[in-house]
Design a protein around this ligand. Structure first.
Ligand SMILES: NC(=O)c1ccc[n+]([C@@H]2O[C@H](COP(=O)([O-])OP(=O)(O)OC[C@H]3O[C@@H](n4cnc5c(N)ncnc54)[C@H](OP(=O)(O)O)[C@@H]3O)[C@@H](O)[C@H]2O)c1
Length: 264
C-alpha cells in the first residue's frame, strides 16, 4: 500500500483526496490519499518523512516552503520556485509543479492566443506566467498593488498596477486573484474589464466555481473556462508522477472527472 497526502492550510475543502482515491480504485492500485492540515510550512519535510509518505501534493500557502524543502526540483518548478507535487525517491525529496502544465492542458482548446493578460501576482499567477512563456507567449501582469509585482519585473515580465495600467488589447484574459472566491468582487474595475473583453476572445478563471468575473465575460460573448479542468489536469499529472509516468493519462482523467462530477 502506498500513501499520499495533501498539505495545506486550509485543506478541508479540497477535492484532491476524492480525485486521487477514486483513481486508485478505478485503476486497481493499492494506495490511499489523505489530507494533512499543516500550519507551519517549515515543518513540511519533517512531517512528510514522519508520515512515511510515498508522495504528496501541496496547496496554499505552502508551495514556496515545499520548494525550499526539496533535495531536488525538476521541470518548470525551478523557474516558478513553487512546488505542488512531492515524491519520495528512496529518501530523496523531489519536487515538481503540475499547476503550470495543468493550466496549459486546460487552455489547449483556445486556438489562437498570441497575447495574454494575467490579473493577480500571487503564486498561481507565477505558475501560469511561466507556463505561457514556455509556449512563446509573454504575458502581461496586472495587479491591484505593487509589492508582488517585483518578482515578475525582475524576471522580465511587463507589469502594471491598477493605477499604472493603460488599455491595450489581449487575446486571453486570466483571473488568478481570489476576487469572487467568497465575495462578489471583480479582480479589476468593471470599466477596465469591459474594455478588455471588447478586444479579447478567451477568458480563463482559476477559481472552479461561478464568479462575477466569469459572468461578466460570458455576458460579453467570450469563450470562457473556469478552473475545473486545471484542477483535473494538475491532479492527473501529479498522479502519473507518483507512478513514474507509467499510466495512461486519459484513464486517470476519466476516474478523476468522475470524482469531480460526484462532488459537484
Ligand atoms: N484551479 C486550480 O487548479 C487552482 C490551482 C491553484 C490556485 N487556484 C486558485 O487561485 C487563486 C489564487 O491563489 P494564489 O495562491 O495565487 O493566491 P495569492 O498568492 O494569495 O495571490 C492572490 C492575488 O490576488 C490578488 N487579490 C486578492 N483579492 C483581490 C481583490 N479583491 N481584487 C483584486 N485583486 C485581489 C492579490 O493582490 P495583492 O497583491 O494586491 O494582495 C494577489 O495578487 C485562489 O482562488 C486559488 O483557489 C486554483
Amino acid at each position: 500500500m502506498t500513501l499520499y497526502t495533501l498539505f495545506g492550510n486550509p485543506v478541508a475543502h479540497s477535492l484532491s483526496p476524492r480525485m486521487h482515491n477514486l483513481a486508485f480504485a478505478r485503476l486497481g492500485i493499492q494506495g490511499a490519499y489523505m489530507r494533512s492540515l499543516l500550519e507551519d510550512g517549515e515543518r513540511l519535510r519533517e512531517v512528510f518523512f514522519a508520515l512515511k509518505l510515498n508522495g504528496a501534493n501541496v496547496t496554499v500557502p505552502h508551495k514556496e516552503a515545499a520548494f525550499r524543502a526539496c533535495d531536488k526540483v525538476l521541470g518548470i518548478a525551478t523557474s516558478i520556485k513553487a512546488v505542488n507535487t512531492l515524491i519520495n525517491d528512496n529518501g530523496v525529496l523531489v519536487g515538481y509543479n503540475t499547476d503550470a502544465p495543468g493550466f496549459l492542458r486546460a487552455i489547449a482548446s483556445f486556438k489562437t492566443v498570441r497575447s495574454a493578460l494575467i490579473l493577480g501576482a500571487g503564486g498561481t499567477a507565477k505558475a501560469l506566467a511561466y507556463a505561457l512563456r514556455e509556449t512563446g507567449i509573454a504575458p502581461t501582469i496586472l495587479n491591484r498593488s505593487a509589492p508582488k509585482l517585483e518578482a515578475f519585473q525582475k524576471d522580465g515580465f511587463a507589469c502594471f498596477t491598477h493605477e499604472t495600467f493603460s488599455l491595450t488589447p489581449f487575446d486571453l484574459i486570466i483571473n488568478t486573484t481570489s476576487a469572487g472566491l467568497s465575495d462578489n468582487a471583480l479582480p479589476a474595475s468593471k470599466a477596465v474589464l469591459e474594455a478588455l473583453f471588447t478586444h479579447a476572445s478567451y477568458v480563463f478563471e482559476v477559481i472552479y466555481k461561478p464568479t462575477p468575473f466569469l459572468a461578466l465575460a460570458s455576458a460579453h460573448g467570450l469563450t470562457c473556462k473556469d478552473g475545473k479542468e486545471m484542477l483535473l489536469w494538475q491532479g492527473v499529472l501529479a498522479f502519473n508522477l507518483f507512478h513514474h509516468n507509467t499510466l495512461a493519462e486519459e484513464t486517470i482523467a476519466t476516474a478523476m472527472q468522475e470524482a469531480l462530477r460526484l462532488s459537484s
